[in-house]
Design a protein around this ligand. Sequence first.
Ligand code: CP3
Length: 354
Amino acid sequence: MSDLKNDRYLKALLKQPVDMTPVWMMRQAGRYLPEYREVRSQAGDFMSLCKNAELACEVTLQPLRRYELDAAILFSDILTIPDAMGLGLYFEAGEGPKFERPISSKADIKKIPNFDPNVELQYVMNAVSTIRKNLQGDVPLIGFSGSPWTLATYMIEGGSSKAFTKIKKMAFSEPQTLHLLLDKLADSVTTYLNAQIAAGAQSVMVFDTWGGVLSPAAYKEFSLQYMHKIVDGLTREADGRKVPVTLFTKNGGMWLEAIAATGCDAVGLDWTINIEDAKARVGDKVALQGNMDPSMLYAPAERIEQEVQTILKGFGNGSGHVFNLGHGIHLDVPPENAKVFIDAVHKFSKPYHQ
Ligand code: CP3
């Protein structure tokens, strides 16, 4: 069994007793930190940073030096899978991720090569094992992937999108073509996450950033079904410990019961739902992660502390809550405000765990 100095993040995901509520932040390593921008400029472009295990480890650890975070998250990106599938990922300044060869037909999908995560994505596994070693058991390491639906939006739209017209056209006019792609992606995500677990990830999270743009029926058919398949195929134990799985659908508040029914350990919440209501609906089944509006970090310290207390009170007594933002931290947030947030979670949560 791996010795962890601080395992309250893993315990809370399994609803085991903790001394205070654990906290981490989505996108905690990134451009809001001057020390990240420094390393990023050394590395050149973003993917070179992801592919250099030493530098990826360095930026993973940066936020842990500043803040008393209860978990580290692998520094990488969800788009490594489509890149390994040969779509040619690149980042255009100010425009986000793009693909040179997006998917537009059944023939394109049939041409996607099978890949071995320990070969084509070996750089990710190197980053995982390097980070795990350098953490020296201080806190657990989270591995992650995008959901099949979210990955498919980038692969079919060719980059970021607002209306998702191309993928929805495929979903509603040629559903079997999209299912072929989603099924392939579900298998790839499963082997990718299992490889991360074998390399040292102690918990995994699936980011379904765009599931919330679907109707309830389409969400179940095109997104949730495939996350369910992933949950079924994951390694759930390593090093003599459970490896908890968190599913996060942004804007998925309407579907918490269905998400919880997949057999995941925890459901990630964005800020558009009260955690108290979420707990009443699914709190007997799963742990909850979230859910402060990331824009609250622009507020004065007292307002941030007040919001933390409101959310802690909403969840109430006992374990099963991992505090987080409802989505990634914004890149122009003052780093000292993130410290106010993290310290407040620890300071104000102790009475709920007595
Ligand atoms: O949370 C963490 O600290 C771990 C690192 C992480 C990154 N991306 C680093 C990153 C994680 C978990 C992701 C996931 C990711 N990537 C998602 C899902 C999470 C979510 O927010 O819902 C999505 C949709 C992506 C795709 C992607 N990659 C986008 C939209 C961007 C931003 C592009 C831009 O220019 O703003 C990226 C690039 C990216 N991924 C950056 C970081 C730190 C910024 C790159 C830089 O340094 O320029």
